[in-house]
Design a protein around this ligand. Sequence first.
Ligand code: NAD
Length: 731
Amino acid sequence: MTDFTMIKGDDGVAVITWDIAGKSMNVLSLEGLAEIDALIDDALADEAVKGIVITSGKDSFAGGMDLNVIAKMKDMAGDNPAQGLFDGIMRMHGVLRKIELAGMDPKTKKGGKPIAAALPGTALGIGLELPLSTHRIFAADNPKAKIGLPEIMVGIFPGAGGTTRLTRKLGAMTASPFLLEGKMSEPKKAKMAGIIDEVVEDPLTAAKDWVLNAKDADLVKPWDAKGYKMPGGAPYHPAGFMTFVGASAMVNGKTKGVYPAAKAMLSAVYEGAMVDFDTALKIEARWFTNVLMNPSSGAMIRSLFINKEALEKGANRPDVPDQRVKKVGVLGAGMMGAGIALVSAQAGMQVVLIDQKQEAADRGKAYAEAYMDKGIARKKATPEKKEQILSLITATTDYAALADADLIIEAVFEDPKVKAEVTAAVEAVIPEDCIFASNTSTLPISMLAKASKRPEQFIGIHFFSPVERMALVEIIKGKQTGDRAVAKALDYVRQIRKTPIVVNDARFFYANRCIIPYINEGIRMVAEGIAPALIENAAKMVGMPLGPLQLVDETSIDLGAKIARATKAGMGDAYPDGAVDEVIFWMEGQGRLGRKSNAGFYDYDDKGKRTGLSAAVAAQYPQAEVQPDLIEVQHRLLFVQSLEAVRALEEGVLEDIREGDVGAILGWGFAPWSGGPFSWLDIIGSPYAAERCDALAEKHGARFACPPLLRDMSNKSQSFYGRFGAKANAA
Ligand code: NAD
């Protein structure tokens, strides 16, 4: 395997080209690191070589470290994984530091060989850390290229010197959006920020020219020169001090202390700023080791990168020929239908958007227009793009327009009768092989399929609201759904660039099945007299994006009441949520329907801004004198969701724990730091999880009863990923 090749030119410039065969983008593996190390040694030792340019054979430079390698590094590190990781990271520092010092005399700083980076396009993660170790970075003027260090988004931080180098190059304050938020910029903006040095038409030629004309002084990095002072001030400088106070507050405010990477990175920056550069690298390596040793980072990488990508690439797709969609019919141009039409047209499909009245269909199309106008105002879209997207959407009441559709997505009222009528009417005009999907959120697919003449071609494609923003799509197989329908749904989701999970048909499918108990647990606690502020803060401090009470305010109390009535009717005596209903129905009676009525568990001002927790709710449900401790509330909120996920697995609703974890994070924001409910249970360990279930069940009821699967795993000290690996089969 050769990821890097070197050609020594007659002009004295050695060009090292990174070009991994068979991949659309370069990623760094440990073998690749060894290769470039050897090539640098060779070029530095060769007297005929005057300078070196590192570039790529692709239209991008590199996407980063191969995250699969990071995930494996710990396992490969032997008996003392922390030491093994630290040594591995220090080896990486060694290679990049060698590039930076380029053979110069350590005392006089003379005699080094100039090394430049020529970036044809995107340079992310280690794909930027490597250029940052060179003496000058040239990038092509490619507005589509992204330059940045997005490691924080998957729960780690730039650990190959990027943290230390960028802080010293820009100062802690200027570097913070790039490090702490993973901000990525196009080359011109990256130059303006001072991350790269030049934006040119032909970076390779410009880099070669520079290398041939560079002077000794051009090779000395500011931090290797005498008298270096960090831009904006080191921690004990008055301005620097303020930066760190602010950054520390910001990190804790944003992460609530549950994401280890941001805090570790800030520590690396703070401590590194007070010592010489090589010691700072060592400190960075120690903090990076610390983060890689934290189970949260491994779980985040696994769910948010490796498994998410595997699902998007069709890990669970049946072996059926390409089912890409050309023309989609969307039935019902309401909130969901309008969004589905928009994302389908954005993916280049022809869309027929149907409603009962022409005005309603037009309103649905106008949603796409308004969305594109907003994009144009924000310079994210162009008038041409808007025209192109609108020209793909036909808004009509005429079912005949569906005659050549290859996929139908139904999003009419949540009423089995209406849905059955629409199904029959549509099947009368669509081609025999057209797949029919329902976007229902509560009605069983197998029941809806009864209205279809072709139940093997009937499936659920469940979007989340707002469609254009939510990344997850839940695909639901009815009892008779065939493989081609599943493949069609997966190919469609891939076209619209969202992440699919495939589940079997059961009440509320997967996502709503887990999120409703979360909301209900919050409401139940209100009825018990637990302070709403404790409930909401406990949820956020354990990493949920919204507390359960805020969430139900957003989705609306009357929807909750409607679902409660329907569920009660469906379940009869087995219905367990009477205590919740009492609160919900009282709220409904008071007209406190949530954000939409400007009153719910929170109060709102005239502009719809939340002003605080409601005094009216507090008066109706007075706080108990003794409040539970934080952990108890957090465990109730996390277990109630996670146990539902385990039951979904036991019952065969979920067939793959990867889908359970990825779906939970993308679908309803289940504490992303944990990697999802199964990863969370693995982090706390099945014996402790079972013990907590027993205690919670005794105190709060059977909904916390330990599922037999978890009990069995606890008896055997097993983990979910250990027992099921990639594919699960619990049933
Ligand atoms: P909505 O009331 O906003 O839209 C429904 C639309 O369907 C209306 O425009 C209505 O005129 C149209 N319609 C009704 N009968 C029709 C018929 N016979 N022929 C053509 N059009 C007809 O509802 P919505 O929120 O968009 O929900 C639609 C579906 O999506 C429901 O099944 C719902 O459960 C599901 N869903 C909703 C959400 C959500 O958050 N709102 C999320 C996921 C799924």
